[in-house]
Design a protein around this ligand. Structure first.
Ligand SMILES: C[S@@+](CC[C@H](N)C(=O)[O-])C[C@H]1O[C@@H](n2cnc3c(N)ncnc32)[C@H](O)[C@@H]1O
Length: 222
């Protein structure tokens, strides 16, 4: 990791340490429809091993299919502390392991997980392309890769606002001018669906799969 990457990682960590005590209050309900929609696409089989990237306070734990083996990682130790407290009081049969780790440099073997999910993280990381490549690498063949995020607007006033306000949002810990759908589709992840969610359809649930044999599925909007 370069010095620049390290210092970017530290500033994201600082921002989310600051948010950690009131994260659920501010971003809990507001972003919940997108989380719920994303998890509704997750294979319902029990006993799957799922990686939750940027797990934050563990706000997604209730949404997993019964008896999942959840591995959550986050760059911010304060977030992981909160997620651990939440995991300790859950009683829905999940097995949960939590680690402080950089999403752009995952310390897991290739093909370790049945599915990988990452709500509201890709625009907060220092290298979104590397994040997608890491999600793909650690996911088993035919496993699901699900991302929820804002994706740059295609034009009009929203797009201009996103550009103007971008420096402000960077200070708040995320970027608004990244075309997440285009980025994910440019990787080896096969994007199956991109569905609008949350207030004003501001965010997208991107449902993808790791399928080494199929190339270039056309992106279908649902
Ligand atoms: C907007 S929060 C999303 C939290 C949670 N997934 C949710 O649904 O609310 C973004 C999270 O990503 C984490 N994060 C940012 N950059 C990261 C990185 N490079 N590696 C791991 N986690 C990262 C932050 O610490 C923060 O907890």
């Amino acid at each position: 990791m370069s010095d620049k990457d390290r210092s970017l990682g530290r500033s994201v960590e600082k921002i989310y340490s600051f948010y950690s005590p009131f994260y659920d209050l501010v971003f809990g309900k507001m972003l919940q429809p997108g989380r719920e929609l994303a998890f509704s696409y997750l294979n319902e089989k029990p006993h799957q091993k799922i990686l939750d990237i940027g797990v934050g306070t563990g706000i997604t734990f209730d949404l997993y299919p019964e008896q999942s083996y959840v591995v959550g990682i986050d760059i911010c130790p304060k977030m992981i502390e909160r997620a651990k407290k939440r995991a300790a009081i859950l009683s829905n049969g999940h097995q949960i392991s939590l680690y402080v780790m950089d999403a752009c440099s995952l310390e897991f073997e290739d093909e370790s997980f049945d599915g990988v999910i990452s709500p509201y993280v890709i625009t907060t990381v220092r290298d979104p392309l590397k994040l997608c490549q890491e999600m793909y690498r650690v996911c088993k063949t035919d496993g699901q890769i699900i991302i929820v995020n804002h994706s740059k607007s295609s034009g009009g006033l929203c797009s201009k606002l996103e550009k103007w306000l971008s420096p402000l949002f960077i200070r708040a810990g995320f970027v608004t001018d990244l075309d997440v759908i285009e980025l994910v589709a440019s990787t080896e992840i096969q994007v199956q669906k991109a569905i609008d969610c949350n207030t004003f359809n501001l965010h997208k649930v991107i449902v993808g799969v790791k399928n080494k044999s199929i190339k270039g599925i056309p992106l279908a909007k649902h």
